[in-house]
Write a protein that binds this ligand. Structure first.
Ligand SMILES: [Mn+2]
Length: 337
């Protein structure tokens, strides 16, 4: 177990709460990713292995590859009322994992108690410390890394499924150990997980290669429409709803597409704009060298990390796009090196 430990006090407090309690509810941000889900599954399984009752709540059912994470079939889906755990049930603590603010819990927010013991475990630099206990560290590569430390602090069990999900979470959030959040401590933790028997190719295949062929149809359409703006410094990919309908792909099929405009020479800032509903668009932002996209996203009510962030825009696409390009161009001019 890697023992280096930046947040000893809050880690100990939360480990104490989890050791003493018996019933826990966990949730992550809406449109969950491998880090959020893997962290929930890892911590949930570790606590369940100690005989505790754990309810993992998600907004809607998962598609592959997310549904292929070990244990994902045991999650509760909010939108299937027959499977929703009794809201009145007394949980000893409610946990949010990988979620920067309360509102990002989506529909699951209805199960987040106003009073009562809440625990917020996250690594977004825009985290609002919305829990009673906040294990928040923007220097951690992933929420999975924080959960690994928590499990170590509490001396909780780390069986195969726990180790696999933690590795998936770290592998995914670091872009397979290549993004700027790939710290030496993330790699030491990953190395420990490999020593415990995790197979990195298997976890990668499970989380990245579990897509169906429709993803390629969607990608072909999306690549054909990549736009360059601001003298080639901004790469933009737009995914209207009709593109999903035509290809038959589902929402999670566009996961990672924002990396394509990102890797064009000269692009500093990449953005993927996905139509979510009538006049509702999800902006996913990435930057390569210097632009702080968390700051840019926060100008539009969103947040995230310096190199990966996002927000939701409401209004006609032309207006949203124009406003975004204006702010993004301004940011690039102000901070350009
Ligand atoms: Mn994360």
């Amino acid at each position: 177990m890697v023992s280096e430990n930046p947040l000893p006090d809050v880690l100990k407090k939360i480990a104490g709460v989890l050791s003493e309690g018996n019933r826990f509810l966990m949730m992550t941000h809406e449109d969950p990713d491998v880090d959020g889900l893997g962290s929930m599954l890892a911590l949930g399984k570790s606590l369940a292995d100690m005989g505790k009752e754990v309810v993992l709540l998600i907004q809607k059912s998962l598609n592959p590859p997310l549904s292929l994470l070990t244990g994902a079939e045991e999650m509760f889906t909010l939108l299937k009322p027959d499977r929703v755990p009794d809201a009145e049930r007394d949980f000893d603590a409610v946990l949010a994992l990988d979620c920067a603010e309360r509102e990002r819990l989506g529909l699951c927010v209805s199960s987040w108690p106003v009073e009562g013991l809440t625990i917020n475990i996250d690594h977004h630099e825009t985290n609002t410390f919305f829990g009673r206990y906040n294990l928040v560290d923007a220097n951690s590569s992933s929420t999975g890394e924080l959960v690994y430390r928590l499990i170590g602090t509490g001396g909780f069990p780390m069986g195969d499924a726990v180790a696999e999900n933690l590795f998936s979470a770290i592998q995914s959030d670091t872009g397979s150990f290549k993004y700027t959040n790939t710290t030496s401590s993330a790699m030491r933790i990953a190395a420990d997980l490999l020593d415990r028997g995790v197979n990195p190719w298997q976890t990668y295949r499970r989380t990245m290669n579990g897509y169906g062929p429709l993803r390629l149809k969607l990608l072909a359409g999306a690549l054909a429409r990549v736009e360059l703006h601001d003298e080639g410094r901004i790469g933009m990919m737009i995914l209207p709803r009709e593109m999903f309908e035509k290809s038959g792909a589902c929402g999670s099929d566009c996961e990672g597409f924002v990396d394509y405009p990102r890797y064009i020479a000269g692009v500093e800032l990449a953005v993927m704009i996905r139509e979510r509903g009538e006049n509702t668009y999800k902006f996913s932002l990435r930057s390569n060298q210097w632009a702080n996209v968390a700051e840019l996203a926060s100008r539009f009510g969103g947040g995230g990390h310096a190199r990966a962030a996002g927000f939701t825009g409401n209004g006609p696409l032309v207006t949203l796009k124009k406003n975004f390009l204006l702010e993004a161009g301004r940011l690039l001019n102000e901070t350009s090196r």
